[in-house]
Design a protein around this ligand. Structure first.
Ligand code: ASP
Length: 601
């Protein structure tokens, strides 16, 4: 490097301290001497002056190197390139007229450099560090630290921090203890596959990473601590969908001597506080309540998007003798009227038909309601009586379209429920920037697993049945309702919890109902059954998907946009290249031999 004072890379800041962040400066600071530190976003040479946009975590400030102020500093600034790191001392001045940038908070000022120091150089980054970016996500994940420099991502992580602080403040005020639970542990059944860690000290034995702290938080209640929470990593080895990660974060809490009402009220307060603290929005409270049956009936989904008004209506009784065979023989027929939907083209309807097939539907019946006639491939099969029945129940008017699904309840609800969202988007019925929260209650306790041919817990096996339904566990398991509740916002489930079983006999009975033999129950959950016998208090809790909440509050499209170092869809980390092979030495130490074709490295 040809220069001494500024320009050569310095290993220390030499006592320089930053006085402001790059977003702080405005016309209130005119003529002040400031010290800024950050990265070069852009450099432009103009008529003897060098301009850079200096970026730090908070924002951008325009910097000017002018030979009039310091000739040497100006000369040396020719070396600056994108992402070089520098510290500078300079004077805040008004930008010349016509040079303001009203889009930037600091757009009316610039800092003219008196002295500067180069703190580091940078290779040319593989993509420009800009808010709007058009490169593959894989490249962004590989260079995640550069991606994080972009304010869009940086601000999502800032929001994440703020939400965590708000939650902590709220729960601390409510006398909760923040406690950790083990990461190396035993399987907790939350319905997914476990991640497994081999034990070197106990060869042939394995830990599981927690799918949630469920059992430990219950044990803390048995331990008499009364109120616990944790912002905690959980691990589920699932095939990944858009808003799933193998390693994700929950706001997990549990309390004793409590019932559903208190937990819902309390955590509603936590959510309202978090939304207010971070976005300044006051939510309407109390949140809407809906039973599981009502949600399925009206929206076809137990996580309904209630921001818009398309509804499903059952019409099985009207078409039970229909000339349209598919309707006549179906267990359930539901219709959805879309006001003014008759403008949909044949091509659009064909696309929607393909879309519902993803949810198991065989096709999509529809009728366009026109002044003089009903246009539809199925209209000719419907009697006058059916038509007037539909007309009355669905309150049809000219210009509407009605979609139908007929068949098994699961498919009908799933297909129409998803179609509802699609049409909400198509007709722009979903208002942006509002949050509609609802509690969903009265869930079934159990569902029949066709493949395993046994009853499974809908929530988890520690959820209490309603007291008045306990007797039905044997005779009518499908009728038993759980003391469980979910919180839904804008069509996303963001939290779920329950009142737990706190009596050992009922817990054993539940295991039995789930087809878990006494011996297996003892082996897997003996410690819980034992603990419940020592005066376990009534208790319950809930867990919220922290990543999902941040995604919704930030308006991000995927949870990968709100996690600092997320995994890919294939569950890998492109930055560190994990997972990796183990050396033969490590494998030997663990007592593990791999199958052929799957050798260690
Ligand atoms: N452990 C449950 C879950 O992870 C939440 C709860 O019941 O508190 O979904």
């Amino acid at each position: 490097m040809p220069f001494q004072e500024s320009g050569s890379i310095l290993s220390s800041l030499d006592g320089w301290r930053r006085t402001h962040h790059c977003a702080d400066l405005s016309q209130d600071n005119l003529s002040q001497e400031v010290c800024l530190m950050g990265w070069v976003q852009y450099r432009r040479d103009h008529g003897g002056l060098i301009f850079i946009d200096l970026r730090d975590r908070e924002g951008l400030t325009q910097i000017v190197f002018s030979p009039e102020y310091n000739q040497k500093a100006h000369e040396e600034a020719h070396c600056l390139r994108s992402e070089y790191v520098l510290a500078l001392k300079g004077m805040v001045r008004r930008r010349p007229e016509g040079m303001e940038n009203p889009k930037l908070p600091t757009g009316h000022i610039e800092v003219v450099v008196l002295k500067w120091k180069l703190l580091n150089t940078s290779k040319t980054p593989p993509f420009l560090i800009e808010d709007r970016i058009d490169v593959s996500e894989n490249l962004r994940l590989q260079y995640r630290y550069l991606d994080i420099r972009r304010h869009t991502l940086g601000n999502n992580l800032k929001l994440r921090h703020k939400v965590a602080q708000s939650v902590r403040n709220f729960l601390n005020e409510q006398s909760f203890y923040e406690l950790e639970t083990p990461v190396l542990t035993k399987s907790t059944p939350e319905g997914a596959r476990d991640f497994i860690v081999p034990s070197r000290l106990n060869k042939g034995e394995f830990f599981a990473l927690p799918q949630s702290p469920q059992l430990f938080k219950q044990l803390l209640m048995v331990g008499g601590l009364e109120r616990y929470y944790q912002i905690v990593h959980c691990f589920r080895d699932e095939d990944l969908r858009a808003d799933r990660q193998p390693e994700f974060t929950q706001i997990d809490l549990e309390l004793s001597f409590t019932e559903e009402e208190e937990i819902m009220e309390l955590t509603e307060g936590m959510i309202a506080r978090m939304v207010y603290d971070t976005l300044g929005i006051t939510l309407d409270r109390p949140f809407k309540r809906m039973t599981y049956d009502q949600a399925i009936e009206k929206y076809g989904s137990d996580r309904p998007d209630t921001r818009f008004d398309l509804h499903l209506t059952e019409v099985t009784d009207i078409v039970k003798n229909s000339g349209f065979r598919l309707f006549a023989k179906a267990k359930l027929v539901k219709a959805m009227r879309v006001p003014q939907g008759a403008i949909l083209t044949r091509k659009e309807i064909d696309d929607l038909t393909e879309y519902v097939k993803v949810f198991g539907a065989q096709g999509l019946a529809w009728i366009k309601i026109k002044e003089s006639e009903w246009q539809s491939p199925i209209a000719k099969f419907l009697s006058e009586e059916e038509k007037s029945g539909l007309q009355e129940r669905l309150e049809l008017t000219s210009g509407d379209i009605v979609f139908f699904q007929a068949g098994s309840p699961n498919v009908v609800n799933d297909a129409l429920g998803n179609l509802r969202i699609k049409l909400g988007e198509r007709f722009e019925l979903i208002p942006a920037n509002i949050f509609h929260f609802s509690w969903i209650t009265d869930f079934p306790l159990l569902e029949w697993d066709k493949e395993e041919k046994r009853w499974m817990a809908c929530h988890h096996p520690f959820t209490s049945p309603k007291e008045e339904h306990i007797d039905l566990l044997e005779s009518n398991p499908e009728k038993v309702q759980a003391r469980a509740y979910d919180l839904v916002v804008n069509g996303h489930e963001i939290g779920g919890g329950s009142i737990r079983i706190h009596r050992p006999e009922l817990q054993s009975k539940m295991f039995e109902r789930l087809g878990i033999e006494a011996e297996e129950a003892q082996e897997k959950f003996g410690f819980l059954l034992e603990a419940l016998q020592y005066g376990a208090p009534p208790h319950g809790g809930i867990a919220f998907g922290f990543d999902r909440i941040i995604m919704i509050l930030s308006g991000a499209k995927s949870i990968r946009e709100v996690i600092a170092f997320p995994k890919t869809q294939k569950g890998t980390c492109l930055l560190t290249e994990a997972p990796t092979k183990l050396s033969n030495k490590q494998l030997r130490e663990l007592g593990i031999r791999l199958h052929d074709g799957n050798k260690g490295g």
